[in-house]
Design a protein around this ligand. Structure first.
Ligand SMILES: Nc1ncnc2c1ncn2[C@@H]1O[C@H](COP(=O)(O)OP(=O)(O)O)[C@@H](O)[C@H]1O
Ligand SMILES: [Ca+2]
Length: 495
């Protein structure tokens, strides 16, 4: 063959391989994109907390839901007004209140996905308390929110009250899912179990209850506090406990009641956790209107009481031991507070919700040494109300007035209740992981939609991943082929 003919053949072969490679690349990109768009799935969870309701919209690529770290938060929406348990005189309005957020979610989700989008509503401690006081009232509120959600074109899967253990366990699932502590995609392309020590514990402080959940070193001795779950073929025994009436707001209410009762029911009462210059007027009906406090035998519900801030940080801290029982416990030394069984805390923890909000305001997130935490709280509590307000014009007084008390309450339960006194540096205060809010809602949805398989075998990589791998192999093969033909050609020329 003449040299020109050989050059022509080589040129044609190389052009053909190059064209095929480019077409394969374009096809693979186009395929990847259409797959992403057409198969995005959505899920909605309402967190009906004691103080407020929020909607979380999650999304994931449809055929990848068996993988970990795939579901993430697309949007969240705050429902106007207080928690649904406050609608005791107007249950209908509890339903109405959800419409704004449902409309927002509807606008965000493509119409073709509406009817396959699951929607859940989970209510926590506020509704737990209401159902203890008046079951039928709690039921009628749940009926109204159900009616509203059912009037939307989504796949409604129920509105119910979570148990405290579920609330704790689903928060634990959320953070470990987002941190990929259950299963990780290794560099070599395998799904592996990270070291057991990487499992995180969860600390959730709500308004009406607080939860602690973690995997203890030894088996849980009191099986009432054990939550057994199998994820990706791995069995976990979780210790979880929910303290009803020990959320931040109910705890601070108990403190007001304690001060009222120990002041001989005086109408003006010094409050060491409130700032100097701050005062709060309450009717006795407001003060005692909670199932978490013991009402006096008789009281004038319209009479008022005034709490006057004295900004005494150390007294505020010591008062906390009157509302948190740190002494009585039948399981000694395996105790939390209020007589609850708790094994020793183990591993790293994420603290979220009001733990985070309080520490974030104080500039102590994601973590700070214990000495710095203590001195920051002290400095904060000593500030007078006028200068505190002036220095924080954007913070609502509703929250601003309570950061001193909340911080001391938090330190009491963390150090003396849960006994993090020697392991303070294991706690990180977090609001989000991977752009997704930390709370029980994601874990709840993953569980109810079976998106975390219990078996190991189902944790396989999705089709797009293997498709990409095949395409890369093809491209590399083509390049090697071009190189090979070029070498042959050069050798031939030299002869
Ligand atoms: N910006 C904020 N600053 C301080 N506390 C906050 C802030 N936002 C929310 N919170 C508190 O977070 C808690 C949320 O509790 P919630 O979820 O409503 O109740 P529960 O989980 O007990 O049903 C409440 O105590 C609320 O006051
Ligand atoms: Ca909550």
């Amino acid at each position: 063959m003449g040299i020109q003919v050989k050059a022509l053949v080589l040129g044609a072969a190389m052009a053909a391989v190059a064209c095929t490679t480019i077409i394969a690349l374009i096809l693979s990109l186009a395929n990847h994109q259409t797959l992403d768009q057409s198969s995005t799935k959505y899920g909605i969870v309402f967190d009906a907390g004691s103080t407020h309701t929020a909607l979380f919209l999650y999304h994931w690529v449809g055929n990848k839901e068996n993988n970990t770290g795939i579901v993430s938060q697309k949007q969240s929406c705050d429902v106007d007004g207080d928690g649904i348990s406050s609608y005791v005189h107007n249950p209908l309005a509890a339903g109405e209140s959800l419409k704004k957020c449902l409309d927002e979610a509807k606008a965000e989700i493509p119409e073709r996905e509406w009817k396959t989008t699951p929607v859940y509503l989970g209510a926590t401690a506020g509704m737990r308390l209401l159902s203890l006081q008046d079951q039928s009232l709690a039921d009628s509120i749940l009926e109204e929110v159900t009616k509203t959600i059912q009037s939307y074109p989504f796949d409604f899967r129920g509105a119910r009250i979570l148990s405290g253990m579920e609330e704790g366990a689903f928060g634990w699932i959320t953070i470990n899912y987002l941190m990929e502590s259950f299963i990780k995609h290794s560099f070599e392309g395998h799904w592996i179990h990270p070291k057991a020590g990487k499992i995180l514990g969860a600390l959730d402080l709500g308004g009406s209850s607080t939860q602690i959940s973690f995997t203890p070193k030894d088996p849980v001795k009191n099986k009432d506090s054990a939550f057994n779950i199998q994820l990706y073929g791995h069995k976990y025994e979780l210790y979880t406990h929910s303290y009803l009436c020990f959320g931040k707001d109910q705890a601070l209410r108990k403190l007001q009641v304690y001060l009222h009762k120990t002041s001989g029911s005086s109408p003006v009462i010094s409050h060491p956790c409130y700032h100097v210059g701050f005062d709060l007027n309450l009717t006795l009906n407001d003060l005692y209107n909670s199932p978490c406090v013991v009402k006096p035998n008789s009281f004038n519900s319209t009479a008022t009481v005034q709490f006057l801030g004295t900004g005494n940080s150390s007294l505020c801290l010591s008062l906390m031991e009157n509302i948190v029982n740190l002494t009585d416990c039948a399981f000694s030394p395996d105790c939390g507070f209020n007589g609850a069984y708790q094994p020793p805390v183990n591993g790293e923890f994420f603290a979220f919700s009001a733990f985070f909000y309080t520490f974030d305001f104080l500039g102590l997130v994601p973590k700070a040494p214990l000495t710095q935490v203590l001195s920051t709280i002290e400095t904060h509590c000593n500030k007078n109300w006028t200068s505190l307000k002036a220095g924080n014009p954007k913070t609502t007084p509703k929250y601003l007035k309570d950061y001193c008390a909340s911080a001391h309450y938090i330190m009491t339960i963390l150090l003396k209740g849960y006994k993090f006194n020697n392991t303070w540096d294991q706690i990180s205060f977090k609001k989000q992981v991977a752009d997704t809010d930390v709370g029980w809602t994601l874990g709840y949805m993953l569980n109810l939609t079976n998106m975390i398989p219990s078996e190991r075998s189902r944790a396989v990589t999705g089709v797009p991943h293997s498709q990409w791998a095949a395409q890369i192999v093809f491209i590399v093969f083509s390049l090697i082929l071009i190189l090979f033909i070029a070498i042959l050609f050069v050798c031939d020329l030299n002869h």
